[in-house]
Design a protein around this ligand. Structure first.
Ligand code: MP5
Length: 195
């Protein structure tokens, strides 16, 4: 079974993760004051945690998955620089403490360090595919947030997600339980920004 079949197994959860009210508000320009900045600071922390997870996954990845994971790891380092620039421009403190959903997601990633490599690749593909679909829903985005919508909908990002899909498919049967856990963590992350 290809990993993309998972998208049809839990349509309600997938919709909540990729068509969340946070994203609709990004599209329509109706986010409550401060919600976007709260999310941005927490997402920067998430990306730092993801870099740790991905570097460890690269170290144990099968040969055909190495190139996409290595390239993605370099991109995450560049993405952290991008978050630093965005935060400076908006006067945000990236050293702020993680909120509960961010901490829970970090704990999930640490746990995924110990699962079979095919399951970990399913998780990474789910993480990135959620973002691609979620930000596509927010397109084109309110003018002041358009830069963020464009960041996660550019063709290069879609190509990366497709390469992760191939890596996950090449590593065996997808892990539906891991997919469900990641999707739940994504929903909680959007919820956090609106709380
Ligand atoms: C991603 C992200 C996508 N930045 N934040 C969450 C909560 N989930 C997924 O990761 P990337 O590496 O920024 O594309």
């Amino acid at each position: 079974m290809p990993v993309t079949d998972l998208l049809h197994r839990r349509p309600d959860d997938w919709s909540r993760a990729t068509r969340h009210p946070f994203l609709t508000a990004v599209r329509d320009g109706t986010l409550p004051a401060g919600a976007f900045d709260t999310w941005l600071v927490q997402d920067a922390r998430f990306v730092a945690d993801l870099l740790t997870f991905q570097a460890r996954l690269l170290a144990r990845a099968p040969r055909p998955a190495q190139a996409v994971l290595a390239a993605g790891t370099v991109s995450l380092v560049a993405e952290l620089d991008w978050f630093t620039e965005q935060a400076a421009g908006r006067g945000l403190d990236l050293a702020a403490a993680p909120l509960p959903a961010t901490g829970a997601y970090a704990a999930l990633l640490r746990r995924l360090d110990g699962v079979a490599v095919g399951s970990a690749l399913t998780a990474l593909w789910t993480i990135e595919r959620t973002y691609l679909d979620a930000w596509s829903h927010a397109r084109p985005g309110a003018p002041d947030l358009r830069e963020f919508v464009e960041h996660w909908t550019q063709p290069g990002f879609a190509g990366y997600v497709a390469d992760l899909q191939a890596a996950a498919d090449g590593a065996g049967a997808p892990d539906e339980a891991v997919f469900a856990e990641v999707v739940a963590a994504e929903i909680a992350f959007w919820d956090m920004a609106l709380a």
